[in-house]
Design a protein around this ligand. Sequence first.
Ligand code: ADP
Ligand code: MG
Length: 907
Amino acid sequence: MSIAHPSQATAEALLTDGTTVVIRPLGPQDRQAVLDLHSDRMSAESRRLRFFGVSRNAPRLVADRLCGEPRAGLLSLGAWVGDELIGEADCEILDNRPETAELALAVADRWHRRGTATLLLEHLTHAARRRGVRVFEADTLAGNRGVHRVFADLGLPVHRRLDQGEIRVRVPLDESDEHYRAAVDERGRRADVASLGAMLRPGSVAVVGVSRRPGSVGRTVLAKIRQGGFTGPVWAVNPRAEEIDGRPVLPSVGALPAVPDLAVLAVPAASVAEAAEECGRAGVRALVVLASGLSAAEARRLMGSCRRYSMRLTGPNSLGLAQTDPAVRLDAEFGAALPLPGTAGVAVQSGGVGIALLKRLAWLGIGVSSFVSLGDKYDVSGNDLLQWWESDGRTDLALLHLESFGSPRAFGRTARRVTRKLPVLTVDAGRSPAGRRGAASHTAAAATPTVIREALFRQAGITATRSVGELVETAALLHVQPLPAPRGAVAVVSNAGGIGILAADACADAGLLLPDLSAELRELLPAGASSRNPVDTTAAVGPAELARCLDALEHSRAVDALLVCLVPTALATDPAHDPVRALFDGPARRRLPVAAVLLDQEVPVRYLTCADDNQLPVYSDTVAAARAFAHARDRARWLAEPTSAEVDAPDCDPKTARGLVSGFLVADPQGGWLDPVSTADLLESYGLPLTTSVWARDEHSAVVAAGALRRLGHQGKVALKAYWPGQVHKSAAGAVRTGLGADHEVRSAYREFAESFGPTLVGAVVQPMAAPGVELLAGVVQDRVFGPLVVLGMGGTAADVLDDRATRLAPLTERDLSTMVTELRGAPLLLGQQGAPLVDLPAVRSVLARLSRLAADHPELAEADLNPVIARSDGAVCVDARVRLEPRPSFDPYLRRLRRPAAAEEV
Ligand code: ADP
Ligand code: MG
């Protein structure tokens, strides 16, 4: 059974010039369009190359093939801009070689060199892979340079064979080709940035719905655009006004002297769709919608216009946007003051957070490159902005406030790349425990929304903070100071012992190291000072001596960062003796990052400008400073990590698994928990190490099975587990008996089950007793939006009490597998002190890799909970597994396509 995803058949995506195209399968209704494409819209030369000659019949034959009687082996996709079919790609699966498909491709001349063919091929590749096709083949003329460039650009390996002026091309569709994915990413980035140009660097702007009423949103935005000194023309549109502030207002977008790149719609929700359609028809390329509360129908109409006319959309419910580049200088928002020009990119989902954030940044003196209030994110999202900042040549720090994720897997992939170039900071919003589900398995219980988001941020190298305050305090450090070495050893230096101790505590709480510094500071400090760490110089020390201490620490290799905590002392009545001077003396720019804490400072953080404009963040609190250093250390670690390959799990049998999954869902269309036998079959098809389990329907079979299994069991013993559908934790219900040696023990155990569970009892599972080891929990749970989350934890019946888990979103890298183990509090039980680990770590990693692949291959796998996996030095074996399936569409998170907001989804 294949479950079609309704919106998968039709997708909207961007060409490299930013044009939106609709991609969908071709059918009988498209016959005329296919004929036109292959005749009028292609030059004679293009037709010769496509058809190997100029036959007048050729277009008709193609139309017959693509739009005639349905053909079982044919996959065809058309790319449409408005009503125009601009290109077509199809493939026909060969009867005798079902893994091979013959490929054909045509793009209207006018649409060449804009990535139409590669985009069509990406989507066709996706569809063909799902049909089991592993190779594309095509015959091309040697002179067809265009098509050869398309193949070269695609990013898949291409094999060519020359045969009498024709080139036979073979393209293997390798599933996990990182090169291909990177090529797709790069095309996606280029297209995205091109499409955002009209939004973020417009040449002209119209404000639609400007009313005469002072203080109204439209009028405020218009005034701000003008005051901000926008470098291009600005027009006001309102059918019911002729002039405002002595300047003309035009009745419609169509009546403007030229087509604006960007239109800010300041009309009420009910008029948004109509205004958007009018803009689209006029040729506007980008919209900002300020209104909130659009109905589903209005949202659909708005999105329809945006896609039809290739307009990118910010909002609705947006505060607007700002671009500080002197060549543009656009302040099209109605909340905050114009942000100072600078290099921080800011995007917020909530306008209120945006206002607060911009104010705090301005106050600190951190300038902004571009600011976007994303609002309800129907289209433009954090992912788009990351790609923009990555490419705009101005941004070196990205600040995001996100409440929801439309395509977290695409976001994670983009962020993983962008965080290598610049720090990306977020405020993680929505941490409250409301999402924690009634836990039917330990794995599902671990998958709270917070845990999932944290996994996303960690794996993408994003610096996740918990408040706007922490975000700004961390940005203050990252923006101006170098990163510490990944080790994260800090020297705390203070002129008042008590503050030094507070700072040292804060550093230790944040996971930073505080090495002893006696050796480094010997002879530099007066009697009575402490040269351990925290270093207490005593109040007697003046700025010059303090600066010498800092120099000595910098030259030693003992620490990676300097945290200087000072209080003004009565001794320093002469400003020259103010200890804060120590921060100015010494080298203008230090190799190590430096931050200061002045406990008597009123604001949480500010900059102190030292020599050469070197800026030093000064915090009012030790905790904020320590946390900022910890974030900087984490970023240094992230950058130091080599990019790690995605893990593979060899010898999996997806075909068998697919059969089991489909079979279950045919019988149980709503989904549910698998019985012990199907659970074992499914997990075994992916090589997961389940212990031998024999199903027994009654007492007699249980005794017989136990007899057969006893010799496999530890000390010749077996375990017996009662089964009934819907059971949750068996031990708690008295449904597990372990260490049964003799027949009579098995018999009486079964009888007790029959007595206590009565008719609910369906039978029992008999297993050999596994030798003792460390009981782990391994599982995977599939989030509808975020995809599979893999969990490793300390397991057994006390898993919830221990609450010790590491989580990662699939796909996992080698690095994820090793850090998941080391991250557990219980890691010493697995790793040992030195030398050989205590358990077979490769076996544990292999369980995680296999679970991840199982979930990625089968989106219907809602959760799998293996608890315990008993890990020993000679391997790992699972003695209890539960699996739940749900009907779910298969979905490629990396296929290039524009999102459809949930609000505008068909119901
Ligand atoms: P549940 O998790 O539903 O309570 P389990 O099947 O996991 O039931 O059994 C509970 C505990 O019993 C396990 O954590 C493990 O310690 C022990 N146990 C169960 N089966 C075996 C087995 N075959 N070999 C060794 N120990 C077992
Ligand atoms: Mg269990």
